[in-house]
Design a protein around this ligand. Sequence first.
Ligand code: MRU
Length: 355
Amino acid sequence: MPAAETLSWIGNEAGHLDLIDQTRLPTELVTTSCQTVEDVWQAIKQLKVRGAPAIGIAAAYGICVAIRDLDVQTTSVDELRSKVQQAAKYLATSRPTAVNLFWALNQMTESVNQTADDTTACRKALLSMAKRIHDDDRRMCHAIGSNGAPLIQSAAGVITHCNAGGLATSEYGTALSILFTAHDLGGNFTVYVDETRPLLQGSRLTAWELMQHGVPTKLICDNMAAHVMSQGFVQAVITGADRIASNGDTANKIGTYGLAVLARHHDIPFYVAAPSNTFDLALESGNEIPIEQRDPVEITNGMGRQTAPDDVSVYNPAFDVTPAELITAIVTERGVIAPVTQATIQDLIADPSIT
Ligand code: MRU
């Protein structure tokens, strides 16, 4: 869990969003302030805030930032709603893969459309909804930790990829929530952290979070995972998710699919941890998940200096899709889905009576 809040709303309806600038970690723990909706868009795009649940929460507060300066005396409800729609459309262009972003924006636009025709009430309702999304995420992350901890309690080693910790969520995380909880319950394991090229979320963020929590941590380069598995060092792999299709195919940080293939080869269980709002039941399979392509510079100049020839052609997908058949179980706040099939997902995620 980070030593500061990953995201926090400061003040009343005319307030602003503060967030940890994750691009500065692990050497500097600095908070940046978002005073305009453009600031929030840039923070998401530039990965100052990143991780599926965290960008959903940031986008929800982004709507509140977009209307913070409205004069409630002179602005009609229709004007406010149209401004909210505009901001939601704009924020939706920041990153395409994590469905939590679109889910949160949808929650916000629905809430303002359902609020009585009063500008002050609408603005209050929007901030309450954003805070509710934020608080619900806290609750879901802790429940994921409790539901998943038994799966790794007896492991001597676990591999994780990218960052699915407190920095990627409200606090505690999804995959890391399971590791923190199992550690707190007395689990005696080492976490092998993939550094996660090209942007090093594993080495910069996950190693930092695990060490702050006192969890034994070993950093490895991504291309060492097969060797680590072949040596018998790990008994589980656990990652987060950015979007899960109705058949269980799961998009997560580039490199996750390779890890799942390696885990299957070595007969090691591969677990995904995600809240229910990471499922996109409208999609039949992972083929329909949009994969973000990012700036080639992240690969050619990622380590603070040029590491590739001038003008080299680059392919830089930020995510890949792990087929459901490679996933042993998906741990959600509602319980554990295993085996991962359309039917088992439907039972747990589509049932409105389970919360
Ligand atoms: O590009 P990022 O850093 O936003 O990618 C994040 C991931 O892939 C995480 O594993 C995922 O969002 C789950 S976070 C709980």
